[in-house]
Design a protein around this ligand. Structure first.
Ligand code: MRU
Length: 334
């Protein structure tokens, strides 16, 4: 089943807010519905957001209210592009589709469908490349620690880091997976654990703060994460908690590997310092399952992402290459 697709003139997504209890589809007929779905994380994960951005422009371009007029279409696309700031894939997908606008709405849709197909192929390529790289790095069973959700739900199918996990599993090289629950929205518990169960891949779910300690006790011999934006120098924005895992992994000499498509690399952002980090407000921090867990009026800081400095990253695996930052490789030449 695809996380996001274009069916009969509209976008259909798996409603990720309903998982793990229900697997339901949502049909998004216009871009305001899409923006709302993106903001409440019904569709989420960098590659899926890239496809959503491109398909969103296709929705706007085909909307009879705009009658093909470029200026209002571009204005609506700008609102879509700004729906979430950190994952560069969203703006990348919007911009890719907008390039086709002078050729008409059919050309925009064609590009959006190409992006969907390419992201799917990229997931498979990352899975195979990551598996081969890791099998050369680690002798014996590969025990993975991961955070957030980087599976098919974050892409079209298969995903990024979880695509590598799946390839290792299919190959018989996987030992087990430790997946962090990923406070506050629990993408690890609700989505990754659900996907791993569907795939019959052995795992343990752990609380976020147990990650570094369990690494120190040999719970995993590699950390695999996805990415929301990779700056030109390799600094990588990903779900909050990634930096703590990277710091612990570096201290322990455990490989820390980022798996992401080239569409997540943002060469126009020089370093991680320049990456805008989404703050998702108080509610997610002061409550749990809709119930208040902090005193009324407690002020919060709620960064949805952090930035792992490139010095802590062993390698980046994309669909087309392995960039071994730890061996002095750089992203230049893309
Ligand atoms: O806030 P989310 O759920 O959109 O955050 C997603 C992540 O941080 C993923 O790790 C990232 O998009 C890479 S996924 C393929």
């Amino acid at each position: 089943m695809r996380t996001i697709d274009w069916i009969d003139g509209a976008i259909e997504i798996i409603d990720q807010t309903a998982l793990p209890d229900e697997l339901t589809m949502l049909r998004l007929e216009n871009f305001t519905e899409l923006i709302s779905a993106i903001q409440r994380l019904a569709v989420r994960g960098a590659p899926a957001l890239g496809v959503a951005g491109a398909m969103g422009v296709a929705l706007i371009a085909a909307d009879p209210r705009y009658a093909g007029a470029e200026e209002p279409i571009r204005a609506a696309a700008k609102l879509l592009l700004e729906a979430r700031p950190t994952a560069v894939n969203l703006s990348w997908g919007v911009k890719q589709a907008l390039r086709e606008l002078p050729r008409g709405s059919d050309a925009v849709l064609k590009r959006a469908l190409e992006i969907r197909d390419t992201e799917l192929a990229n997931s498979l390529a990352m899975g195979a490349r990551g598996r081969d790289f890791i099998k050369n790095l680690i002798r014996g069973p590969v025990n993975v620690m991961t955070i957030c959700n980087t599976g098919g739900l974050a892409a079209v199918e298969y995903g990024t880091a979880l695509s590598v996990v799946r390839s290792l599993f299919d190959d018989g090289a996987l030992g087990t997976v430790l997946t962090l629950e990923t406070r506050p929205l629990l993408q690890g518990a609700r989505l990754t654990a659900w996907e791993l169960k569907q795939l019959d891949i052995p795992f343990h779910l752990i609380v976020d703060s147990a990650g570094p300690f369990l690494l120190s006790r040999g719970g995993a011999n590699v950390v695999l994460i996805g990415a929301d934006r990779i700056a030109a120098n390799g600094d990588t924005a990903n779900k909050i908690g990634s930096y703590s895992l990277a710091s612990a992994a570096a201290r322990l000499g455990i490989p820390f590997i980022v798996v992401a498509p080239e569409s997540t690399v943002d060469m126009s952002t020089s370093t991680g310092e320049e990456i805008e980090i989404e703050d998702r407000g108080s509610f997610e921090v002061t409550s749990f399952a809709g119930k208040r867990t902090a005193p009324e009026g407690a002020e919060t800081i709620n960064p949805a992402f952090d930035v792992t400095p490139v010095e802590l990253i062993t390698a980046l695996v994309t669909e087309s290459r392995v960039v071994r930052f730890g061996m002095g490789d750089s992203l230049a030449g893309l």
